[in-house]
Design a protein around this ligand. Structure first.
Ligand code: PLP
Length: 469
C-alpha cells in the first residue's frame, strides 16, 4: 500500500516539492523508505557568539598550576614570556561566558557552523537500535577542529603587536591550522613537527608551507634541547612533549615571538566549546539529546569542545545521567593508566607544573599513526572533570581503531583521521552494547577531522602491516 506524506523540507527526501514541503512516498508493504534525516545544518546566524568556560560551573576551582622553581601557585606573570596578555586573561578566567571578537567570528564563519550528521547507514550496518550522531569538524580548511583555536590565538597575538608564533604539531593538523591562521592575520609561523609524523605525513608539511609556515622535524638541530635529545638518541621518533620544549625554547630566544599551543591549555579548550554549543542546537533540531557524548583525547581539546557544553547540563542537574566518554590509544593511556599528579607539560620541563593525568613528562609513546594523541599528559580541566567523576575513559589499540575507521568509511563515506577513529570505535561499541540490551540509546561523537592525508596509514592497515604498539 502506498502512502503519500507531506513533510517540512528535508533535503534528502524524494521530492515532489510544494512550497517549503516535500512529499515522501512510503510503501509499507515493501518496507518503508528511510524517513531519517541525515544532515542537520545550522543557520549561520546561530553561530555561537560566546565561548563557554566550564571552570565557572565546577563548584570548586581546579588545582592551580605551580611555578616549577618555588612550587607555589604560578601567577599570570609566569606565563607572560610565552603568551600575550589577552590569552593569559582567558587562561585564568573564571567567567562562564567569554565574548568571541567580531574579527574571529568573521574568520570562523568561513566554515562554521559545521554539520551534524545522523549516521543512519552505520546504524543499519550495525543493526543497532541506537541513534548515532556525529559532529563533523573536518569541513574546516585544515580538515579538523584545530582552526577553532588557531584563529583566535593568531588574532589576539596580532592585536598585541606580536610578529611571529612558534608551536609544536603532532599529526600536522595543528601546525597546518596555525599556519593558516597566521597567514590570515599577517604573522610568521614556525612549526616543530614530531619527527615520526613528519615522515608519515609529508603532505601535511606541504600544507603548512602552502599557507606560509616554516616547518622542521622535531627533535631538530634548531634548538639546544633538540640537539641534546639527538645527541642521546639520533633515531628518536620525537613526541609532543619534546616538540613543545623546542617551540618554547624558540619563543623565549627569538624577539617578537610568542608560543601557541594546539591543545591542553584552558584557553584552547575554551575556544573549542563552539563545537558543543552548535551540536546542542543541532541535536535540538533533530529532536534528540545524547545519552553519551564521545571524543578522542590527545591533549583533550576536541573532547572538551564537544563535551563541556553538555556537561554544563549535567552540572546544572538538567541532564544528570549524561555520560561523557574520552577515548585514547592503548599505547598512550593517559586517563586510563596515568596518575593524577603535578607534572610538566613538556619533556625539557620548561613549563609550570600542571595538576593532570600524566604518564610522566619523559614518556615517549610508540609511533602510532594517531600522532595527535601521542601526548603524555591531559588538559588540567579535562583531568579535573575526570577526577571529579564527571567523565569516563576507555583505551583502544591501533588495529581496532582502524577497523572502526574502515567500517565508518564504507558506510558513512568520510575517511576519518586516525585520531577521530578512536571516537568512532567507542561509538560503535556503545551502539553494539545497545543492540545486546535492546536499549534505544542516543550517541553523539565528535568526528574531529578527516584522514585524507593519512592514506599511508590506511595502506598499511589494509595490507595487514599495522601493529599494535
Ligand atoms: C583530527 C585530530 N583529532 C584529535 C586530535 C587530538 O587533539 P585534542 O585532544 O586536543 O583534540 C588531533 C591532534 O592533532 C587531531 O589532529
Amino acid at each position: 500500500m502506498l502512502y503519500l506524506y507531506l513533510i517540512p523540507c528535508p533535503k534528502w527526501a524524494l521530492r515532489g516539492s510544494v512550497l517549503q514541503s516535500t512529499f515522501v512516498i512510503v510503501d509499507f508493504a515493501k518496507g518503508a523508505l528511510s524517513m531519517e534525516q541525515h544532515q542537520f545544518l545550522l543557520d549561520p546566524k546561530l553561530l555561537p557568539r560566546k565561548w563557554y568556560n566550564i571552570a565557572a560551573d565546577l563548584g570548586e576551582a581546579p588545582p592551580p598550576p605551580l611555578n616549577a622553581q618555588t612550587r607555589q601557585p604560578a601567577d599570570p606573570g609566569d606565563l607572560s614570556p610565552i603568551f600575550c596578555d589577552r590569552i593569559i586573561e582567558q587562561e585564568v578566567s573564571s567567567e562562564r561566558w567569554i565574548d568571541i571578537p567580531e574579527e574571529v567570528l568573521d574568520a570562523l564563519a568561513m566554515w562554521r557552523p559545521t554539520p551534524l550528521y545522523r549516521a543512519t547507514r552505520l546504524e543499519r550496518a550495525l543493526g543497532t537500535p541506537a541513534k548515532i550522531f556525529y559532529k563533523y569538524e573536518g569541513t574546516s580548511p585544515a580538515g579538523s577542529h584545530k582552526p577553532n583555536t588557531a584563529v583566535p590565538q593568531a588574532y589576539y597575538n596580532k592585536i598585541s603587536g606580536i610578529k611571529r608564533l612558534a608551536t609544536e604539531t603532532g599529526a600536522g593538523q595543528w601546525g597546518s591550522s596555525l599556519s593558516l591562521a597566521c597567514e590570515m592575520f599577517g604573522l610568521e609561523c614556525m612549526v616543530y613537527m614530531v619527527k615520526c609524523s613528519y615522515t608519515q605525513k609529508p603532505y601535511r608539511r606541504s600544507m603548512m608551507q602552502a599557507w606560509g609556515g616554516t616547518v622542521c622535524a622535531s627533535p631538530s638541530e634548531r634548538t639546544e634541547y633538540g640537539r641534546k635529545v639527538l645527541a642521546e638518541d639520533p633515531n628518536c621518533p620525537g613526541s609532543l612533549g619534546i616538540a613543545i620544549s623546542e617551540a618554547i625554547e624558540d619563543t623565549v630566544t627569538t624577539p617578537n615571538t610568542k608560543y601557541s599551543l594546539g591543545s591542553v591549555a584552558n584557553h584552547v579548550l575554551l575556544h573549542q566549546t563552539i563545537i558543543g554549543q552548535e551540536a546542542k542546537l543541532q541535536m535540538e533540531q533533530a529532536g534528540a539529546y545524547p545519552d553519551v557524548v564521545i571524543g578522542c583525547v590527545g591533549g583533550g581539546s576536541n573532547f572538551a569542545g564537544i563535551a563541556f557544553p553538555f556537561l554544563q547540563d549535567k552540572l546544572s542537574g538538567k541532564a544528570e545521567c549524561l555520560r561523557a566518554l574520552a577515548v585514547e590509544p592503548a599505547s598512550c593511556p593517559t586517563l586510563t593508566k596515568g596518575e593524577y599528579t603535578y607534572d610538566f607539560g613538556d619533556t625539557a620541563q620548561m613549563t609550570p607544573l600542571f595538576m593532570m593525568y600524566s604518564l610522566g613528562s619523559q614518556f615517549v609513546p610508540p609511533s602510532i599513526h594517531a600522532g595527535g594523541l601521542r601526548y603524555h599528559g591531559m588538559a588540567p580541566l579535562v583531568s579535573f572533570a575526570h577526577h571529579m567523576g564527571l567523565t569516563e575513559a576507555v583505551a583502544y589499540t591501533q588495529t581496532s581503531i582502524f577497523s572502526a575507521a574502515i567500517q565508518f568509511a564504507r558506510t558513512e563515506g568520510i575517511i576519518p583521521a586516525p585520531e577521530s577513529s578512536h571516537a568512532i570505535r567507542a561509538a560503535i561499541d556503545e551502539a553494539l552494547k545497545a543492540k545486546e540490551t535492546g536499549e534505544s540509546k542516543t550517541i553523539l561523537f565528535n568526528l574531529s577531522g578527516h584522514g585524507n592525508f593519512d592514506m599511508a596509514a590506511y595502506d598499511a592497515y589494509l595490507a595487514g602491516e599495522l601493529i599494535d604498539g
